[in-house]
Design a protein around this ligand. Structure first.
Ligand code: GCB
Length: 646
């Protein structure tokens, strides 16, 4: 194999959706929802697929595979969308493929959408990893740099050019990572022909999960009128029992902003309304949005209908309905407050990861995971180490599961990844992430990175810029980055609101010696708090377990060892949560796939559930603990006394 720089050369410096002129389009990214004025057509299912196995990975572009059906360019296979392509076949070359893969399918577009020029037809990709180029009927409509956020383009004009023809959508996706992508990576060419075949190369990364690739989230077409609600921002507050919803609506396509906003409760009763593109809705006897296990009625959502009216100049009205949870978030030097009440994170870190699908969105898995979270008594998770699907955040909103929303800034270990181009891209990704997730009540904090090399000289400037930019984008939520480094050398910590620390005492340090945990963990907390006087979350801790391995006295990789590591950490948490520790998130919810290596036994085994979601001994330890914590720190509704019946 030979990789010329083709995959990297085609990368653009900006992660924003770009049109074919390369100009960044800053616009809303509302989750597509049906309404009286909007229709949806899901394009999930089987697509034709072809990996470009040519030495430079450039055959697809050189031969313009987008100009005809992919099946006419050469052999194709069935590929489910959404899914990672890596584990779908038995071919190790496809599992470990680096470079461009091509997807296409034909779509029947409803005749009315084509005939009615007053209708915008939008093609939206929930996410594709990592770099994507999209064509419709051979015409390039968009490119996107970044593997975890949505992108979309209006395609009405293209499909109207030839209304009789089927609409062919072609998507080329490249999983090559560079020093400036998020996460970063690099291609290493192995030129010693006594050891490697001609043209051999590998992709090196500094993160601990498999670089699954493909179209990971749903692709769909949706419509809006020509004049449409492009974006909505809500910020909520309350005073006594009156809820306050400040909203801002942006309408595109006309200079008029004839907007009416109506808020209804769960029973469909109107509780407040207003006119105009911005305003404040006042809700008397408000039902606040509360986290799971903190209230009898967690995850309360109102519906905010935004209606842009038709008039003499605008032919059609547009209606978009946004779920709204009314809550506040605030941080003091020792507490994390939701609705002015101390909130203690007893939760997990997750990955989007499962057998066969890799990182592809999968409803049975999502619902199973939420049932497991509730069974466990977990009230929160961190989207380690990248933004998760919007569908997952919607579940969090509805079930009251609190989220620390993380961008894909993981594995930033090379000094060249702190340069201007990397920073510019990182800022763009934060723009896209905040723009996408700003209205989710479940999202209570932004995490801008995981374990960057924060001791390197450029890190101070880099994180100052990144964190201040994020705070300017959203002044209502705290910002953190996740650290593992020595508190004295950390250059980013002065800028964060909450200190999040990962540590693996008795695992990566002093392996096998659980007796060091109390002293090392206590010192960790005291050092960080002593230096910064900010609340602390233990954002990762844990131990690998190969399910079914046992030993007493406990030895590493057995169920007993995970148990004793957890229990030793918990004793210290119980002391420090009386002072300034505001949360504990186990690493990890479930076992997950990683690159192959001598420390990984078919993936990372620090899950308290196996990859197939069966509990290990550690899960029962956490379940007892989390329900006890919920009893102490929250308010257990009667039906939650019997979690097994949930
Ligand atoms: C960490 C990383 C996480 C790894 C974990 C481990 O500190 O943040 O991505 O998977 O440790 O198990 O090594």
């Amino acid at each position: 194999m030979l990789l010329s720089c083709a995959p990297c050369e085609l990368l653009l410096p900006s992660s924003r959706v770009v049109n074919t002129n390369g100009r960044a389009l800053l616009r809303g990214m509302l989750f597509p929802r049906e309404s009286a004025s909007r229709e949806l057509k899901e394009l999930s299912g089987l697509w034709d697929f072809r990996a470009d196995q040519s030495p430079g990975r450039s055959l697809g572009f050189d031969s313009a595979w987008y100009k005809s059906r992919l099946a006419e360019t050469g052999p194709v296979i069935d590929m489910p969308v959404p899914a990672s392509y890596n584990d779908i076949t038995q071919d190790p070359k496809l599992r470990d493929f680096i470079g461009w893969v091509w997807y296409d399918r034909e779509v029947v577009v409803p005749a009315r959408w084509v005939a009615d020029k007053g209708t915008r037809v939008v093609l939206r990709v929930g996410s594709a990893h990592y770099y994507s180029v999209v064509w419709v009927n051979g015409v390039k409509v968009m490119e996107h740099n970044g593997g975890h956020l949505p992108f979309e383009a209006e395609i009405g004009d293209i499909i109207r050019e030839n209304p009789q023809a089927p609409c062919r959508i072609t998507i080329a996706v490249n999983n090559t990572l560079t020093l400036e992508t998020l996460p970063p990576g690099s291609i290493q060419h192995m030129d010693d022909t006594s050891k490697y075949p001609n043209g051999y190369f590998v992709q090196n990364t500094n993160f601990d999960f498999f670089n699954y690739a493909g179209i990971h989230r749903p692709v769909l077409l949706y419509t809006t009128p020509k004049v449409y609600v492009d974006d909505i921002t809500v910020v909520t507050d309350f005073s006594d029992n009156t809820g306050l919803v400040s909203y801002k609506v942006s309408v595109l396509g006309a200079s008029t902003t004839n907007v009416k906003v109506t808020l209804t409760d769960k029973h469909g009763r109107c509780v407040a309304s207003s006119s105009g593109p911005s305003g404040v809705l006042k809700v008397t006897d408000v039902n606040l949005w509360w986290p799971y296990l903190m209230h009898d009625n967690p995850g309360y959502l109102y519906s905010m209908e935004v209606r842009h009216h038709a008039d003499e100049s605008v032919a059609y009205e547009d209606i978009y309905t946004l779920p709204v949870g009314i809550r506040t978030v605030r941080v003091t030097s020792t507490q994390f407050l939701i609705n002015n009440k101390p909130f203690y994170f007893h939760g997990v870190n997750k990955h989007e990861d499962s057998d066969i699908r890799g990182k592809g969105l999968d409803w049975p898995l999502i619902v199973k995971d939420f049932n497991l979270l509730k069974w466990l008594g977990a009230n929160s998770f961190r989207t380690s180490h990248y933004p998760y699907a919007e569908e997952i955040l919607q579940m969090c909103d509805r079930h009251g599961i609190v989220v620390i929303d993380e961008c894909p800034g993981v594995g930033i270990k090379d000094i060249r990844s702190f340069g201007n181009a990397s920073l510019a891209h990182h800022l763009d990704v934060m723009d896209e992430l905040v723009n996408r997730d700003k209205n989710h009540p479940s999202v209570v904090m932004w995490s801008v990175a995981n374990e960057p090399a924060a001791e390197m000289p450029p890190a101070g400037f880099y994180f100052k810029m990144l964190i201040s930019h994020t705070k300017a984008l959203d002044p209502t939520r705290p910002v953190t980055f996740i650290t593992d480094s020595n508190y004295a050398r950390d250059k980013g910590a002065p800028y964060v609101d909450v200190i999040c620390v990962n540590s693996y005492f008795s695992w990566y340090h002093d392996p096998g010696h659980v007796e060091v945990i109390p002293i090392q963990l206590t010192n960790q907390f005291e050092n960080w708090y002593g230096k910064y006087q900010k609340p602390i979350i233990q954002s990762e801790y844990g131990a690998d377990v190969v399910p079914g391995l046992h030993s007493d006295p406990p030895m590493m990789f057995t169920e007993e060892y995970q148990k004793i590591v957890l229990q030793s950490y918990h004793k210290v948490f119980d002391q420090k949560r009386k002072e300034y520790v505001v949360g504990e998130l186990i690493w990890n919810f479930a076992d997950f796939m990683t690159a192959q290596g001598v420390t990984r036994v078919v993936g990372n085994k620090k899950g308290i559930f196996s990859r197939q979601r069966q509990p290990k001994a550690g899960a029962f330890i956490l379940k007892d603990r989390y329900w006890r914590l919920a009893n102490e720190t929250g308010r257990l509704p009667p039906w939650n006394k019997y979690p097994c019946l949930l």
